[in-house]
Design a protein around this ligand. Structure first.
Ligand code: FAD
Ligand code: EPU
Length: 283
């Protein structure tokens, strides 16, 4: 045994929606522990900010990156950095993105400030190339380390077919750590761009939620489409289509996964345009 900490815990406490039953959580803090956890069927849990998890939990092991895999080394790597662009040391997949973005702003390092306000972990945000209209994760990546049960490999963005909300990395390939590619700027200039991107969130609900339910089809706001279908404020059990922004489902307190599924079904039934789900449903 490699010494990974294993505990049965309610997953609700790891999700921004606050829904999800008890499951076996593996806290892995190095590559050996990660490899051991991956010997049996597993799922990888990041910040839990895009997940709707069943009230029964999941039968698989749930892997959570912790310890050194949730630490960051932002020192410029002297071999990879140039005058106009710095490449950092390794940043663990388990690092919370909001704190990282704040730290980069204070250091006056640019490229990732467009992702301000995304309550993810670095690994989860890279895996789905989280972003806003002002920037996305792939704007600031140099190397991505990917772990599968068979191998560990390091790739660059050019090796991947990435796009809107998609890294091209297959499901269950673990983003264990990354090197960031950043442009030296000033704290003031980075803050200005950050505030601009953050401003676009003013109309988003402040309650427990996994963010936007559907991807924007062909660049059209899914929120606008759901709104136009007259669904704002629709309630199922203790889940609600947010009156502030129709692409957000919020937990009024005590919502179940079934409540959220009922709202997703209602949206699919009423919006005439096919939309791809952004939430991930476990199982
Ligand atoms: P999780 O929700 O834990 O998992 C999501 C998926 O990523 C799962 O498949 C999981 O297995 C996988 N995953 C997690 N960690 C890893 C890893 N280390 N390696 C490989 N796969 C992994 N998203 C946006 O894109 N833009 C936004 O503006 C935005 N705003 C949001 C606002 C709020 C208030 C909330 C709650 C969510 C918002 N989201 C937004 C959605 C969410 O933050 C993103 O989808 C984010 O990428 C999810 O990352 P996570 O670490 O929370 O992943
Ligand atoms: N709109 C409505 N009704 C609504 C919601 C929106 O009419 O209920 C209209 C707005 O008035 C605006 C337009 O639709 O004219 C666009 O809305 P918004 O600016 O909120 O952007 P969005 O396209 O709905 C996207 C991302 C968000 C991201 C914001 C800000 C997707 C699916 N959503 O929302 O990302 O935070 O831009 O950059 O791409 C997420 O992915 O989870 C997410 C929250």
């Amino acid at each position: 045994r490699t010494g990974a900490r294993v505990e049965r815990l309610p997953l609700a406490r790891f999700t921004t929606l606050g829904v999800g039953g008890e499951s076996e959580v593996w806290f892995v803090s190095d590559h050996a522990q990660l490899a051991e956890a991956m010997e049996q069927p597993y799922r990888i849990l990041g910040g839990g900010s895009n997940l709707v998890i069943a009230d029964e939990g999941v039968p698989e092991r749930v892997i959570r990156l912790s310890g050194p895999l949730a630490e960051r080394d932002l020192e410029p790597d002297p071999h990879l950095s140039t005058e106009g662009e710095i490449v950092t040391g390794w940043v663990g997949g388990g690092v919370p993105l909001p704190g990282l973005i704040r730290q980069l702003q204070k250091l006056g390092l640019s490229n990732l400030e467009g992702t301000v306000g995304i309550p993810a972990q670095v690994g989860g945000a890279v895996w789905m190339n989280a972003g806003t209209r002002y920037g996305e994760m792939f704007d600031g990546l140099h190397t991505i380390e990917i772990v599968t049960p068979q191998e560990t490999r390091q790739v660059t963005p050019a090796d991947l077919q990435w796009g809107y909300r998609d890294s091209g990395i297959p499901r269950n390939h673990v983003v264990s750590r990354v090197r960031l590619r950043l442009r030296p700027s000033t704290p003031e200039a980075v803050l200005e761009k950050m505030d601009f991107a953050d401003n676009a969130r003013k109309g988003q609900p402040k309650m427990k939620t996994p963010g936007c339910a559907f991807k924007n089809p062909g660049g059209v706001s899914a929120g606008r489409l759901i709104d136009e279908a007259g669904l704002k404020g629709t309630r199922a059990g203790n889940a609600l289509i947010a009156p502030e922004h129709a692409n957000f489902i919020v937990n009024l307190g005590g919502a179940t996964a079934a409540d959220v599924h009922a709202l997703l079904d209602a949206i699919r039934a009423r919006v005439p345009v096919p939309m791809e789900l952004e939430y991930e449903l476990w199982p």
